[in-house]
Design a protein around this ligand. Structure first.
Ligand code: AOF
Ligand code: ZN
Length: 370
């Protein structure tokens, strides 16, 4: 398929529009749409929130009669099913558009190519794959959950340059600087759930929520944003109130292999999962979160739980903040891994992104290409 300069320009704009919904559409994907007639943009739209109209509907409303014979650029294949809203493919057909360009096929099994077929069958010219990589990057969680049945998992770690997170006596407060902590607040916002461990809760009594006043000033928060679900892996049900985490009125899921003996506030739910080697089965937890339509998860945990997710292969991206400090070899390591005897067993990664955040470094690592 060969694309024109105009095609690129309009799809780039559709991607920009889609990104406006990235903090508010979950469990739905963020999608943008631009309608162009005779080289002129006649309608734009993006999906703001699950339950509200899709991107195409807003763009068609703006275009009105001018949609007839126009080209619609959409960052995701238009839907073909009745979900919370009627199919966009039908709306495009009814409006008489002449051409539809999609950046990617919808991995939702309820759609999966049917939207594009419906359009083609109605005599509309259809093309797909323009700026696909950019479109895939907007919704990694939705795509992962639809295609693999589990959320996209980021493991967040913070350490000194020599990979330590605490002194031998456990002192650890503020290894990274204020900008890195602000960056973590921004990251939390983009996730459907934040997972931590009971050890971290018992040691630090964290809140694990998004605090709007701590977000970067440059970020415009949509009215429809929501707090991520705060999940605590508490295999032996050791937690009991009062905790800062459960005192804040927004959803918490306590994941354990056992039942709790105490009462929790209404917004705290406990979930009993199976155990594996005497620990909560993380595969089962992750499947439960996908069942609850969670697209993206950030693990913000200590060395044991972070290591357990890593060893179980339950991760897609590691975010490592490194402070320009050294804590020495007696300090605690950033992830616990089973003892390795051969260099060939050493897990290998590749850097996807490396940047400075204030005084610290933020490294993004993904699986090494084999
Ligand atoms: C589109 N345009 O802007 C979005 C789409 O329950 P519903 O009706 O909101 O449908 C949700 C599904 O529709 C979602 O799982 C995904 O497959 C698709 N999202 N499709 O044509 C949009 N957000
Ligand atoms: Zn739709």
């Amino acid at each position: 398929m060969s694309w024109s300069q105009d095609d690129f320009q309009h799809m780039r704009r559709a991607i920009e529009l889609a990104r406006r919904g990235r903090f508010s559409t979950r469990p739905n994907p963020a999608v943008g749409c631009v309608i162009v007639r005779d080289g002129r943009v006649v309608g734009e739209g993006f999906h703001p929130k699950a339950g509200e109209p899709h991107a195409e509907v807003f763009a068609l409303r703006a275009a009105g009669e001018l949609a007839r014979g126009a080209t619609a650029y959409v960052t995701l294949e238009p839907c073909s099913h009745y979900g919370r809203t009627p199919p966009c493919a039908e709306a495009l057909i009814r409006a008489g558009v002449g051409r539809v360009v999609a950046a990617m096929v919808d991995p939702n099994p309820q759609v999966a190519g049917r939207g594009l077929s419906m359009l083609r069958e109605a005599g509309i010219e259809v093309a797909s794959g323009l700026l696909e990589g950019d479109a895939l990057a907007i919704n990694p969680g939705f795509i992962k959950r639809m295609s693999e049945g589990r959320p996209f998992i980021r493991i967040k770690l913070a350490a000194s340059v020599d990979g330590r997170t605490a002194l031998a006596n456990g002192h650890s407060k503020w290894i990274t600087g204020p900008q890195a902590r602000q960056d973590v607040q921004r990251m939390r916002l983009a996730h459907g759930a934040i997972i931590t461990g009971a050890d971290s809760v018992l040691a630090d009594d964290p809140a694990m929520n998004v605090r709007p006043e701590q977000l970067p000033a440059s970020l415009t928060l949509p009215d429809t944003w929501s707090q991520p679900l705060r999940v605590v892996v508490d295999g032996r049900a050791r937690l009991a109130p009062p905790l800062r985490l459960t005192a804040i009125e927004s959803p918490v899921l306590l994941a354990s292999t056992r039942a709790y003996g105490c009462d929790w506030p209404d917004w705290v739910e406990s979930w009993q999962g199976p155990s594996r080697c005497d620990k909560l089965d993380l595969h089962a937890l992750v499947a439960e979160l996908a069942e609850r339509q969670i697209n993206t998860v950030m693990v913000e945990a200590g060395a044991s739980l972070a290591g357990a997710f890593l060893s179980a292969g339950l991760w897609d991206e590691l975010i490592l903040y490194q402070a320009p400090k050294m804590m020495g070899s007696d300090g605690r390591g950033v992830v616990n891994l089973p003892e390795l005897a051969e260099m060939t067993q050493v897990p290998e990664f590749q850097f996807k992104d490396v940047r400075r955040v204030g005084a610290d470094l933020r490294l993004t690592l993904v699986r090494a290409e084999s």
